[in-house]
Write a protein that binds this ligand. Structure first.
Ligand code: SF4
Length: 297
């Protein structure tokens, strides 16, 4: 229940064609939640359709106010980091969104820690939030998106036994220089290799995938392809090739997306080498990625 001072404001509502293996059309509703201290928390609600039939609702929840990780391609890095949210605070927002958006025909509600913040830094919050959300509605599935900033934190989450529907690890480049430049706090390619070996043994992780952000001249080299093949070949973990969503941050640092055809070629080379891969994105700048709302207002 929201107090008088709390409010959820719808800022963007739009519909777009998407390239994804799970849906081809998305309705996006982006909100800002004002808490009782008048802090602003971004939350996205995406209704997915495949061949005009609704498949699921995905709620992208923020875990922090601002993000301290400073990934160069991400607009959230330019939102001042103030603090981590508690599981109770995140749950209040998620429950309110669920109440507003679902109906009796909704088959699945994916609550995804994919908004502003890095879940591996707050393992206790992630574990407690899972219990609160699955107890609230049986249709809830829980997903986590991480840059792997804390391996200990990630291991704590995985070892807790919570059921993770989708564990997404975001990576931007595979060579030391590019990794450090683009995701200074993200998991290194060497540590990713070790983590993948652990993840595939875990029965509480239904799906895991690498979210690989393709940036022209930075992360799309032959060396990157070879490095990805060396780690992911025959591991049963998909690589989602994400088209760079241009933001004020990415533009400031001169980061450019590849063309659609280049993304398809990169993904095809992975497929030819025994890796499940697909291309994801809207292929036009729709300004709905995390952080874009707060910095546009
Ligand atoms: S990609 Fe994630 S961890 Fe990196 S700045 Fe954005 S929100 Fe933070």
């Amino acid at each position: 229940m929201c107090t008088e001072n709390e409010k959820l404001s719808l800022i963007i509502s739009r519909e777009d064609v998407f390239s994804s293996r799970y849906f081809d059309y998305q309705k996006s509703d982006k909100y800002i939640y004002y808490n009782k201290h008048n802090e602003q928390i971004e939350v996205g609600v995406y209704t997915h359709y495949l061949s005009a039939t609704s498949t699921d609702i995905a709620i992208d929840l923020s875990t922090m106010i601002g993000c301290p990780m400073k990934c160069l391609f991400c607009q959230s890095a330019s939102v001042n980091y103030e603090r981590n949210l508690s599981s109770d605070e995140i749950a209040v927002i998620a429950k309110r969104i669920i109440k507003n958006h679902i109906h009796k025909n909704t088959k699945q509600i994916t609550c995804s820690l994919q908004g502003i913040g890095e879940p591996s830094l707050i393992p206790e919050t992630v574990i407690d939030l899972y219990q609160q959300l699955i107890n609230y509605d049986k249709r809830v599935k829980y997903s986590i998106s991480t840059i792997g900033a804390s391996i200990d934190g990630l291991n704590k989450i995985i070892n807790s036994g919570i059921k993770i529907d989708n564990l997404q690890i975001t990576k931007c480049g595979t060579t030391n220089i590019v990794e450090k430049e683009l995701t200074p706090n993200g998991i290194s390619i060497a540590k990713l290799s070790e983590l993948i070996k652990e993840i595939i043994k875990r029965h509480n992780i239904k799906k895991a995938k690498l979210n690989y952000i393709l940036i022209k001249g930075k992360t799309d080299s032959k060396e990157d392809l070879q490095n990805l093949i060396a780690i992911f070949k025959n591991r049963g973990i998909a690589i989602k090739i994400s088209y760079l969503n241009e933001t004020e941050c990415s533009t400031k640092y001169g980061l450019l997306p590849t063309s659609y055809n280049e993304a398809i070629l990169f993904s095809s080379e992975l497929q030819e080498n025994g890796i499940d891969s697909y291309v994801f994105g809207s292929f036009k700048n729709i300004a709905i990625s995390c952080g874009q709302l707060l910095t546009k207002k």
